[in-house]
Design a protein around this ligand. Structure first.
Ligand code: DGT
Ligand code: CA
Ligand code: CA
Length: 569
């Protein structure tokens, strides 16, 4: 039983308790414990074996330590099993709908016996919900507006959530005596923002050993299907995985085929046909004879193409580049030198200025900008001019004492609904780095959104637009805008554009980032960290940039400090 599995059981417990209206402090305790478990590098089951007292971990009291022991010893949690018997799993999906929450989900279940999203939709369409106590016509409308998106996103998982699970399974399978290659394929290999399911390819002399090892893996909850060379399993967090064992001589062809995307593969197959060849997951064939198949490189080469990085395999222009050997050298995490969007305890961050600087140094950053919220974001204790100036003074004091890193006094300044900025120009003028963002009024009409963004772009103090569309993946679409016009204006006024690296944002999305590159707009990949560990999401932003076809040259914060400085206003 590994830490993530235990953590996910605590999360589930917290969700179910919330529906039952349990004590909020108890619920919080389980959620905190889950965070703690995901953050520690030692396996708690090993710690227990070594006789460690788990209550020494922060956030783990006696009750939680006992529950962890119960989980490690028996594999289940009695309390959780009891709760699961009382609350159908679909009620949790209902709880997570915007505007619903645990209380309303419980009422829907108890009063109307609604146990999943489908039933909820039917009831909302029939107008049965607005009459319930505590509900209104507005609630019903909002349910109808959000339910389809929720049903869709339920089926997809953030790349960042899938990644640690994939890594652990790959590690286990690669350690088996019989395996040679163990590689993720599919959308995961293409580094898509979300994955529908996982696909793993293995070469092995012993198919049963591989399949048994996966079936018995800690992260696997159920074997859904087992065939001669293929096995489908369900992992924790509802994620499903296809494992395929393929012959070594077909490994490259199988990788090519199962990496996709479908759109990319259709073009590949057509190219093969034009050369009188047939391409499938076993190889590239001329009649019965195999022309290529052992490596991906030889498959691409046989079709007159350079090897295409998986991130670019979406049939969005990669074939022309591959034919002419003009594929870009994509940016890597090692190229990144600065992080220009982060928060501290001055607003809604959990770490101090010192702690954030220290964490950035540990991650090898040479320069950062501290960008706490402006006053409009009252929920996050946003800063007015006075508090901001005091905050900047503190930053300057700490920065002066710190060596080896440049620290910019920045601000994440809201672009208000009325198309003015949340702070006056004389304040913004004093900033080293002004990140302008939309947070509120994202549903305003296109013209107003345009006007707001233009205000920011034309303001001589604004350096960059942060998370330009404001989307939250699977939860809310971004604001409506004509991105090409926004990008043109940004290029004209020398305003940079952010790829926000947070796994639920990844905003700009890849195609827009590619368009920004074409206009010569420097892209900044930023973590938007609200804690020290929040800085680790940089990798997801880098993946997004790679999917946009960006090289280190296109990324402003891959430049040295001396070079980057020249971009500042
Ligand atoms: P996902 O799982 O929805 O995030 O997306 P993928 O791309 O991982 O799709 P998936 O899991 O259905 O299939 C994995 C890859 O296998 C896919 O990218 C391309 C290949 N593939 C699957 N089905 C077909 C098919 O019917 N035709 C072709 N040419 N390729 C397919
Ligand atoms: Ca897949
Ligand atoms: Ca699949």
């Amino acid at each position: 039983m590994n830490n993530e599995r235990i953590a996910s059981q605590f999360d589930e417990l917290a969700d179910l308790l919330e529906i039952q209206g349990a004590n909020p402090f108890r619920i919080r305790a389980y959620r905190n414990a889950s965070r703690t478990l995901e953050g520690i590098t030692d396996s708690v089951s090993s710690l227990l074996e070594e006789g460690t007292d788990l209550t020494e971990l922060s956030g783990i009291g006696k009750d939680l330590a006992a529950k962890i022991a119960e989980l490690v010893e028996s594999g289940t949690l009695e309390q959780l099993e009891e709760l699961k018997a009382e609350v159908p799993p679909g009620v949790l999906d209902i709880m997570r709908l915007p505007g619903v929450g645990p209380k309303k989900a419980a009422t829907l279940f108890k009063e109307l016996n609604i146990t999943n999203l489908d039933e909820l939709k039917a009831a909302a369409q029939a107008g049965e919900i607005q009459n319930l106590k505590g509900f209104a016509k507005k609630t019903e409308d909002s349910i109808l507006a959000n339910i389809d998106q929720a049903a869709k996103s339920k089926e997809r998982t953030f790349f960042a959530t899938a990644e640690p699970l994939v890594e652990q399974i790959v590690e286990t399978l690669a350690a088996l005596a019989s395996t040679q290659q163990v590689t993720p394929a599919g959308s995961f290999r293409r580094r898509k923002e979300t994955v529908g399911d996982l696909d793993i390819l293995v070469t092995s002399d012993d198919v049963d050993e591989v399949m048994d090892a996966l079936a018995n893996h800690d992260l696997v909850e159920e074997v859904l299907q087992r065939g001669e060379t293929k096995q489908r399993v369900r992992l924790i967090k509802g994620l499903e995985m296809d494992l395929r064992v393929v012959p070594a001589k077909s490994y490259g062809a199988a990788m090519q085929y199962f990496t996709g995307s479908k759109e990319h593969n259709i073009v590949m197959r057509k190219r093969a046909q034009k050369q009188n060849l047939e391409l499938n997951e076993y190889g590239l064939f001329s009649g019965e004879e195999s022309v290529a198949g052992e490596t991906e490189e030889e498959v691409y080469e046989a079709l007159g193409l350079a090897w295409v990085p998986p991130e670019l395999r979406e049939d969005r222009g990669e074939f022309e580049l591959a034919e002419n050997n003009r594929l870009p050298e994509l940016v890597t995490l090692d190229d990144i030198r600065g992080d220009l969007h982060m928060h501290t305890t001055a607003t809604d961050g959990t770490a101090t200025i010192e702690e954030m600087i220290d964490a950035a140094k540990k991650r090898g950053r040479k320069y950062i900008a501290i960008t706490d919220h402006s006053k409009r974001v009252t929920m996050a204790n946003g800063l007015d001019a006075d508090r901001l100036r005091t905050h900047w003074n503190e930053i300057r004091e700490v920065a002066e004492k710190t060596k080896g890193i440049q620290v910019l006094c920045g601000i994440e300044c809201d672009i208000l609904e009325d198309a003015t900025l949340d702070l006056p120009d004389d304040v913004l003028e004093e900033a080293d780095w002004v990140l302008a963002v939309l947070h509120y009024g994202l549903k305003q009409d296109k013209q107003q959104i345009h006007k707001r963004l233009m205000t920011a772009i034309k303001n001589p103090n604004v350096d960059i637009i942060g998370h330009p569309t404001g989307r939250i993946i699977g939860k809310r679409p971004g604001a409506e805008m004509e991105m090409s016009e926004i990008l043109k204006a940004a290029a004209d006024h020398e305003v940079m554009m952010e790829i926000n690296a947070h796994p639920s944002r990844l905003d700009l999305h890849a195609q827009h980032a590619a368009a920004a590159k074409d206009l010569g707009i420097p892209i900044v990949i930023s973590t938007d960290a609200h804690s020290t560990s929040g800085m680790d999401v940089m990798r997801y932003g880098v993946f997004q940039a790679r999917r946009a076809g960006l090289s280190a040259n296109d990324i402003a914060n891959s430049r040295s400090w001396t070079q980057f400085k020249k971009l500042l206003k």
